[in-house]
Ligand binder design. Sequence first.
Ligand SMILES: C[S@@+](CC[C@H](N)C(=O)[O-])C[C@H]1O[C@@H](n2cnc3c(N)ncnc32)[C@H](O)[C@@H]1O
Length: 232
Amino acid sequence: MSEQSTHFVEIFKDPEHAAQYADGPAKFMPGFDAVHRMAGVLIREHAPPDAHVLVHGAGGGLEIEAFATENPAWTFVGVDPAKPMLDEARIRLGDLNERVTLHHGYADDAPAGPFDAATSFLTLHFLEATERQNTVSEIVRRLKPGAPLVVAHCSFPQVAEHRDAWLARHREFSIASGVDPELAEQGRRDISDSLAVLDPEIDESILRDAGVADVTLFYSAFTWRGWFGRAP
Ligand SMILES: C[S@@+](CC[C@H](N)C(=O)[O-])C[C@H]1O[C@@H](n2cnc3c(N)ncnc32)[C@H](O)[C@@H]1O
């Protein structure tokens, strides 16, 4: 693990941070709930009705809750290195836990599957390029041939003048969503100084180099991008 990604895991290991997590994403990621619904559509295109789904970075349980509610026959394996985030997921999921197994760890700690689909939401941006590619490879290795992978994370142009403009728009969107302006500015600084953000073109090539076939952009909003593809 790089120092950078370890730093972020430590933040998610703070129980107070984990307890407040669920309120955040919809305020700083435009269409956060819609991304879950779009991912559901994309997974249903290529997976069976009783899909067994691997959820990478499953802490908090938000995407599992959305998928499980909309798809009553799906079952899930979630993996996440921050125990407090897994605890929050268990609380959030309530009765849905019957269809969910949560593992404490990283992608290479997940069971071998093979899975009918996989997702990684708001997580790959913590990993620098090599670690990101290795992680995606580990996920792809656990998929059945042709199974869909859907990812979404922070990814936007890193050329200086565009980068600063998008970072400012991210802050302003958070403020417009009701976030305290000081916290929104702190969020802007955290992304700028600490997150392993890459150009979308580089993100796409990492997915391809990790073995994802037919990589396709399905979501682009301010500082965020989402792609889907298939296991070879
Ligand atoms: C911003 S949260 C996203 C949670 C959830 N996927 C969502 O969309 O709401 C990031 C999660 O990724 C986890 N995480 C950080 N580094 C990770 C890694 N290398 N592998 C798997 N999960 C990781 C954190 O512990 C945290 O629970």
